[in-house]
Ligand binder design. Structure first.
Ligand code: AHG
Ligand code: MN
Ligand code: MN
Length: 351
């Protein structure tokens, strides 16, 4: 009998460990918290399961008549794509059947969705398919989610107040990027970890532990076609970026633009425009979750006046402007958007 301890360093390359699966990672994290009951772990696993199914649909969309529009609009007045609707159904079903979630807010549905699990402790706000204008052309798209512990009594019907707690109250947030590979990135408020999907195993494998963003970057991401309608401060900042020969990179899927900037350093801007005077992006299921991740990874996330996580929510579908990315870049932009008032003493001295 061979009783020698197994030493993976001497294994044949083909026999090396595949790494830590998402399930094992979640279980390991759960054991680190004395009073964890496993419900949040189950919820995260349900999201991962729906993510795998959406990965499958995204990958064969062109073969099974899943590209193109539904011929109808969602609550935002935007044309729904077939995959918007399919992804919405997939996540809704997984989170309903999982039993841990009592209600959902989805970009695709005007009203709060009651799952019937009134004993569930959690509510989820979700953008089931982000960047849907990119579906038909094989460009990266994603899912963004945000999880709260409900404030309404367990056992009762959930209320809108469960969703309007504010960004700091998120217990977990994450996204799934359906890109050249599919990745799930999430945080429960501590480190930010990324898992790459191995479709042959059907598992997300830990590939990006403890993601930290570079302090500074040389990439800026905004819709250049809107620049004429941006305010003077943002225009000035973009001129600085061009003078420094920064790279312009804009995919048009927030998840994909955010992910690139998170790993490489950069800034994403969606300022107010005449078409969207309060910004275009949705607070609860786009900006809050990405800001929660961003801050844990060392990025900053702000609108024109305050930190995204400090915005007081009043409506589940409300919009905000968004500037998010490397702290040095966001701070420089903010010094132009909100220049410090010159103190009286300083201005007298200048005269
Ligand atoms: P969604 O597909 O969920 O409606 O989100 C689209 C968002 C976001 O992903 C992207 O960054 C932004 O809209 C692009 O907007 P523009 O086309 O106005 O640049
Ligand atoms: Mn979106
Ligand atoms: Mn969407």
């Amino acid at each position: 009998m061979n009783t020698a301890p197994f030493d993976p360093t001497h294994a044949h390359p083909l026999a090396l460990p595949v790494g830590t699966t998402l399930d094992r990672y979640i279980m390991h994290r759960q054991h680190a918290f004395a009073f964890a009951t496993g419900e949040l772990s189950q919820l995260l696993r349900d999201i991962a399961l729906a993510g795998k199914i959406v990965h499958r649909e995204v990958n064969r969309a062109g073969l099974i008549d899943l590209t193109g529009g539904m011929g109808q609009q969602n609550v935002q007045g935007e044309n729904q794509q077939k995959l918007d609707v399919i992804a919405d159904i997939r996540f809704r079903r997984a989170l309903t059947n999982g039993g841990e979630v009592c209600a959902l807010i989805s970009e695709e549905e005007e009203e709060m969705i009651l799952t019937g699990n009134n004993k569930g402790k959690y509510v989820v706000a979700i953008d089931p398919l982000d960047g849907s204008s990119n579906i038909d052309v094989n460009v990266s798209i994603g899912t963004i989610f945000s999880i709260y512990r409900r404030v309404s009594p367990i056992g009762s019907e959930p209320t809108i107040a469960d969703f309007l707690q504010g960004g700091h109250e998120q217990v977990a947030a994450g996204y799934i990027l359906y890109g050249s590979s599919t990745m799930l990135v999430y945080t429960t408020g501590h480190s930010v970890n990324g898992f790459t999907y191995d479709a042959s195993l059907g598992e997300f494998i830990l590939s990006h532990p403890d993601i930290k963003t570079p302090q500074d970057g040389a990439t800026y991401s905004c819709n250049d076609g809107n620049v004429d309608s941006y305010g003077i401060a943002v225009k000035t900042y973009l001129t600085l970026c061009r003078k420094r020969q920064f790279s312009a990179r804009y995919i048009g899927s927030l998840v994909a633009d955010f992910h690139r900037n998170l790993l490489k350093g950069g800034i994403y801007l969606y300022p107010p425009t005449p078409a969207n005077p309060n910004g275009k992006l949705r607070l609860l299921y786009e900006c809050y979750p990405l800001a929660f991740i961003a801050e844990r990874a060392g990025c900053r996330a702000v609108n024109d006046t305050e930190s995204i996580l400090n915005i007081q929510p009043t409506d589940v579908h409300q919009r905000t402007t968004l500037y998010i990315g490397a702290p040095v870049m966001v701070d420089e932009l903010m010094s132009l958007v909100n220049p410090k008032p010159v103190s009286k003493q300083a201005s007298t001295a200048a005269i």
